[in-house]
Design a protein around this ligand. Structure first.
Ligand code: MN
Length: 149
């Protein structure tokens, strides 16, 4: 729905691009802002296509496999917002306090219009997650069970 680009399958060795990104998925950054606005929530942001794709997650991302949490997509944010902390003034949209709750890198393993699969490598959160678009701006974020060795 929001992802208009479709990346055709590329063959390793067929282009001069670094093989690691093609084979293993790219490493990009993520942040989870703890946002004490009129309602406390967490803003999950993934660096993707030169912006921060963003979701407001009222209860925060799950830490236990199988738990699903609502994630409401909000507008893209500029990349430099990834380091933002501080106060959004009264009267402004999202007025309140923004802190960084977790940050790190993630590896994208699948990207479809209505589904993203990725591995988070943060300080607090780590492991495989999936975001599934359900309707309108609503997605579910689920922590996946560790892969069997
Ligand atoms: Mn917010």
């Amino acid at each position: 729905m929001i992802f208009k680009e479709h990346h055709s399958k590329r063959q390793l060795g067929a282009t001069p691009e670094p093989g690691g990104q093609l084979a293993g998925g790219s490493q990009s950054r993520f942040v989870i802002h703890r946002h004490q606005a009129s309602h406390l929530h967490f803003d999950f942001r993934l660096e993707m296509e030169a912006v921060l794709k963003s979701w407001a997650v009222p209860k925060g991302l799950p830490t236990e496999p199988g738990v699903r949490r609502l994630a409401v997509q909000v507008g893209d944010h500029p990349l430099d917002y990834i380091d933002f902390t501080g106060q959004i003034p009264e009267g402004q949209y999202g007025a309140g306090t923004v802190e960084i709750w977790d940050k790190g890198e993630y590896e994208l393993s699948y990207k479809g219009d209505d589904r993203l699969e990725f591995t988070l490598k943060g300080n607090k959160l780590a492991g495989d997650y999936v975001l599934i678009h359900t309707d309108d701006k609503n997605w579910l974020i689920i922590k996946r069970r560790p892969k069997q060795a």
